[in-house]
Design a protein around this ligand. Sequence first.
Ligand SMILES: Nc1nc2c(ncn2[C@@H]2O[C@H](COP(=O)(O)OP(=O)(O)OP(=O)(O)O)[C@@H](O)[C@H]2O)c(=O)[nH]1
Length: 395
Amino acid sequence: MQFVDEASIIVEAGKGGNGCLSFRREKYVPRGGPDGGDGGHGGSVYLIGDDALNTLIDFKFQRFYKAQNGQGGMGRQMSGKAGEDLHVKVPVGTTVIDEDTLEVIADVTEIGQVVLVGEGGRRGLGNIHFKSSTNRAPRRTTPGTEGDRRNLRLEMKVMADVGLLGMPNAGKSTLIRSVSAAKPKVANYPFTTLVPNLGVVKLGMHEHFVMADVPGLIEGASDGAGLGLRFLKHLTRTRLLFHVVDVAPFDESDPVEAAKAIVHELGQFSPALSERPRWLVLNKFDLLPEDEREERAQKIIQALNWEGPVFRISAISSDGTDKLVQAAYRWLTEQRRLENEDEEALAREEEMRRRMEEESVARTEARLGRRRKRDDEDDEDFDDDDYDVEVEYAP
Ligand SMILES: Nc1nc2c(ncn2[C@@H]2O[C@H](COP(=O)(O)OP(=O)(O)OP(=O)(O)O)[C@@H](O)[C@H]2O)c(=O)[nH]1
């Protein structure tokens, strides 16, 4: 069972700086030679795997990524500065596809993995390169070339952090709709009638988590008869469950019984899952007169012997939902931190960092090597018979 999140972005590498046309001008040197320097290479765009991200939601808010242009060459044989490369963080698990050719460019599977997606333009050459025995005052330069521009599609499988439990009609879909900023589509899912509902809850620039509604729990799930089993299997991977209870069912059925049925069903299916942290989310408070609300809440809490966190919300008007998602985000963050403190997790992390450092050194060396090679090629390109190249240095 997979949820697929996707986003389309445009990456544009920097343009190479133009070569400069210039001649030496100095007192007492009436006809100075050419001294126009080269432009700098344009910056390239790289994607880099990052485990702090778990969805592509940020790319829905920012679609355009551009690396810096190279600076133009200058007189006195001064080269322009190379444009800075741009490193764009993407979640580990992202597949990168060229939207025009549909070619899969890369699968980002590791933290720190770097993928070149837009190569910077080449620098232009200044007129110092074009001096020859027949032309002592060349006016020739070359322009920098354009950087790559590409339309990319990013895709990734999404794991839900929070799963919603509850009777049909409890308001699970409404809750997801009211708190989510984006809804990844569900792919490769055979049971189209019972498609899990998924939303990305966004709290800040890089703060978000994924919430999934898992329909079909109650229909014989614990017997493994229904499809419920599959859904519940998905829930076993979430870290936190919200048990959504309709406090005022329209058919006047007993909310306590409904809540107990869910707890029972869950216990039957998997004792381990029923020990998963679970919060009670009492929904549809707007349907109760104010003076009855607390009494109803207490009744449900006591009947369930509930000792965990309780939230009172109205999914439809979003009352209380902010508080709920903020608390969930804090809890998930704290949970990740605690997991990181775990010794084994720490050792794995350490190993990962060591590998990242090694890779980073290797990458830097490879990049420098590549840059040097490009420079050499540029020089070779113009080192032909037409030009007897002589580089003259200013005194
Ligand atoms: N008044 C009120 N109605 C709500 C609230 N939340 C949900 N509803 C309504 O309750 C009905 C059921 O809501 P859904 O969100 O579809 O419930 P669900 O739990 O996703 O139901 P299933 O998809 O059947 O599992 C809809 O008509 C919603 O408009 C609420 O806070 N207040």
